[in-house]
Design a binder for this molecule. Structure first.
Ligand code: B12
Length: 261
């Protein structure tokens, strides 16, 4: 079954595919734990697709062109997740596709994905978390976008990588962050980052949510605004991604191969 899923996802031009054990998921939010979401959930299938370097490095309109590709990826990755979930369900293993971006929850004034795809990718052995809280993959660096599926199928699960890929003494992401959102120990101030990195007439104001954390009504309203009017947005910052030494990953290998030929 896993072979069938892997070959389907690679046919859909995904670059990496992994399986994470869903048991004992340490999300601080119970409602964001796979076994709380899907009865008898056993695994999280997580897959990734690289956004290649030239897209971040155009001389003009780089952030808008990059955002357009990211939004396009989210749609194709969600479509692939839907197909994989129905393949598994038809084979007798109830499964549910996860969204690469939406649906988003707002709890205590903070945004949450229904399941954190980065943490699933780490658990599946697809990479480790950088100090910029992004997944670093051995081949594609920090340029992967992620999609996922919750499943009751007892697929063989991967294991986390034994060693962090984030360079120990490197603090580049922390230093280049224009709003000091990164604490250098893998923590991020979501409000500072959101306000700086997300270009949207409404979403950029959602940093206000820090002042109404306890208001369930306002949290719910912001969640609704994000899930509807916030479905499309652009980027206004990705400094922690493009300045990370792992941003260069993958391309240099191709250049070396071309050099050898
Ligand atoms: C909300 C969100 C944002 C928010 C908040 C970021 C954040 N770190 O939470 C904002 C808008 C600021 C943001 C910005 C960006 N994002 Co964003 N974002 C998301 C989204 C939709 C949900 C993430 C989430 O649930 N966060 C809340 C919790 C999980 O995060 P946290 O507070 O750091 O959690 C801490 C603890 O609670 C605990 N924890 C929480 N859950 C769990 C679970 C387990 C098992 C464990 C062990 C621990 C644990 O560990 C964390 C550290 O202590 C995901 C998609 C998804 N569903 O995963 C994309 C996602 C993480 N974003 C992504 C990207 C690329 C970006 C940007 C680079 C976009 C850009 N501007 O160029 C920036 C980078 C900013 C940064 N350095 O993180 C990619 C990351 C891919 C990768 N290679 O890692 C994702 C996966 C989207 C995708 N489908 O590919 N994002």
């Amino acid at each position: 079954m896993l072979k069938k899923i892997e070959s389907y996802l690679y046919e859909q031009h995904m670059d990496v595919v992994g399986v994470a054990d869903a048991a004992g998921w340490q999300s601080p939010l119970e409602e964001c734990r796979p076994t709380e979401i899907l009865k008898d959930c056993r695994r999280i299938i997580v897959f990734g697709k690289e956004i290649s370097r030239p897209i971040y490095e155009t001389r003009k309109h780089a952030l808008d062109l990059y955002a357009n590709v990211a939004q396009n990826y989210y749609q194709s990755m969600d479509a692939a997740a839907v197909e994989v979930a129905s393949m598994l369900t038809r084979a007798g293993h109830p499964s549910v596709p996860l969204g690469a971006y939406l649906p988003l929850l707002m709890r205590e004034g903070k945004y949450w994905g229904i399941v954190s795809l980065k943490h699933a990718a780490v658990r599946a052995g697809l990479g480790t978390m950088g100090k910029n809280t992004l997944l670093i993959n051995e081949e594609f660096g920090n340029r992967l976008r992620l999609g996922g599926v919750l499943t009751t199928a007892p697929l063989p699960a991967g294991n986390p990588l034994p060693k962090s890929l984030c360079i120990q003494d490197c603090q580049t992401c922390v230093e280049v962050c224009p709003v000091q959102a990164l604490n250098g120990q893998g923590g991020i101030s979501q409000y500072k980052c959101l306000r700086k990195s997300t270009a949207h007439p409404l979403l950029a104001t959602s940093f206000l949510s820090q002042w109404f954390r306890s208001s369930k009504l306002l949290n719910k309203n912001f969640e609704l605004v994000t899930g509807t009017l916030g479905a499309r947005y652009s980027y206004s910052c990705c400094e922690c991604l493009i300045n990370c030494p792992h941003f260069q990953k993958g391309e240099r290998r191709k250049e070396q191969e071309e050099g050898e030929n």
